[in-house]
Design a protein around this ligand. Structure first.
Ligand SMILES: Cc1ncc(COP(=O)(O)O)c(C=O)c1O
Length: 413
């Protein structure tokens, strides 16, 4: 048995000094579970349970249709967008919460194209989360005379983004490796050649400063069910810099994006505000749950959140290199270049993840041989990190992952 006492002692000391240590109390954390999958689905805030119950029992069951006005349901996409805005460095009136990330990618690409009508190239990256590329394909199918170019690396991006480029679509943090892409550098370069940039913030919103307006970003999109803890299928967000809002067009011109939805005019007239990104009726129960997730952030400092995230991932990386020498680090070694996740490779990653889950350490698997571990600074402790590595080291040393029960794959990995 490996001696982990030093690691546990260090973890305890770090947790005692953690300014965010108290925040975990605001979440429902299943007993005995070490949850390292907040990069897929964040834990449930206790207040979300109360919010959903209240919305269902009062606003839906009792007040019914009256709630559209009485409970301000119609305004929730922008009211909550304004609550989310400071977390990503946006201003009031620049963020709307709605639909899914995939749909918002589609809308943002069209919006970018509408601002660069004389250009025809969309630049993205081979390592992109696939839905982003699939949505570009959808845009190409819907619109003639456009093409997509894929960059292999950050330096390749700088070469590929030229005066032909209309729109650049990039992931802030790579979903596989956790590597951070340099928002300031790429956005500056794209603007120098007149291109519009869209950032996918799914893996950075809520775990690090994003500073969209400091970097003059044009558009951004992201989900709220990961580090923002909005719940399964919670609505996504879309940001447009104020300077673009009145001119941009998006293709899903539903009545919620109309300037006067209750005039029931026959022709579409886009809302003059960020609401023009809306399409149709939004999921109110999910909105209420998301609000509970967003409220957790209000009194916290995003710099404290980032500092803790770096401390957690660094400790994980150091313990892995000491106690799990047969696995290789895929994420950047330098914490400043790493998001809030650590990915490692191991030839038999899938059964190892299954063996970890059996021992109540939840991470996830990504093709072809990647184990991903997400560290939510709001509810993950250094003691969780030490315990998780202790269990992983034991699984690897004992070879228990070779047992048949760990080999069967479910639909969702
Ligand atoms: C980087 C990234 N972009 C887009 C998506 C797709 O989000 P949605 O399923 O909400 O459309 C995900 C989902 O995990 C993601 O990680």
């Amino acid at each position: 048995m490996i001696d982990f006492s030093n690691a546990h002692a260090l973890a305890k000391t770090l947790d005692q000094a953690d300014p965010l240590g108290h925040v975990a109390d605001q979440f429902i954390l299943p007993d005995g579970v070490i949850y390292l999958d907040g990069n897929s689905l964040g834990c449930m805030p206790k207040a979300a349970m109360a919010a959903i119950t209240q919305t269902a029992q009062t606003e839906w069951a009792q007040d019914l249709i009256v709630s559209w006005n009485k409970a301000d349901w119609f305004e929730l996409p922008t009211t909550y967008g304004d609550i989310l805005a400071p977390l990503i460095g946006a201003d009031t009136g620049e963020v709307v919460i709605c639909d899914t990330t995939s749909l918002n990618v589609y809308k943002a690409i069209f919006a970018g194209l509408s601002l660069r009508p004389d250009r025809s190239v969309i630049v993205a990256e081979t390592s992109s989360f696939p839905t982003d590329l699939y949505m570009v394909e959808g845009v190409l199918a819907a619109r003639g005379n456009l093409s997509m170019q894929l960059a292999e690396s950050e330096s390749d991006l700088l070469t590929q983004i030229t005066t032909d480029t209309a729109v650049v679509l990039l992931n802030h943090v790579d979903y596989r490796t956790g590597k951070i892409c340099d928002v300031a550098k790429i956005t500056r370069h794209a603007h120098e050649v007149g291109a519009i940039v869209i950032w996918d913030l799914c893996h950075s919103a809520g775990n690090m400063p994003v500073d969209l307006n400091t970097h003059n970003v044009d558009f951004a999109i992201g989900c709220t069910y990961k580090y923002l803890n909005g719940g399964p299928g919670s609505p996504a967000f879309i940001f447009a810099a104020k300077r673009h809002i009145s001119a941009l067009e998006q293709p899903l011109t539903g009545w919620w994006g109309h300037a006067k939805p209750f005039a029931f005019d026959q022709e579409f007239d886009a809302a003059p505000s960020i609401r023009r990104f809306l399409c149709g009726t939004q999921p109110i129960l999910s909105f209420r749950a998301l609000k509970a997730g967003l409220d957790v952030f209000t009194p916290l400092s995003i710099d404290d959140i980032r500092a803790k995230s770096m401390s957690l991932t660094s400790m994980f990386v150091e313990l892995l290199s000491e106690y799990c020498p047969t696995i290789s680090l895929l994420s950047p070694d330098d914490a400043h270049q790493r998001g809030s996740q650590v990915s490692v490779t191991f030839a038999n990653a899938y059964p190892v993840i299954q063996a970890l889950i059996e021992r109540s350490v939840i991470g996830d698997f990504r093709m072809p041989n990647i184990m991903r571990f997400g560290f939510s600074p709001l509810y993950t402790s250094h003691q969780d990190v030490a315990k998780a590595v202790e269990i992983l080291a034991d699984i690897l040393e004992s070879d228990i992952w070779r047992e048949t029960r760990f080999q069967t794959r479910g639909t969702v990995t």
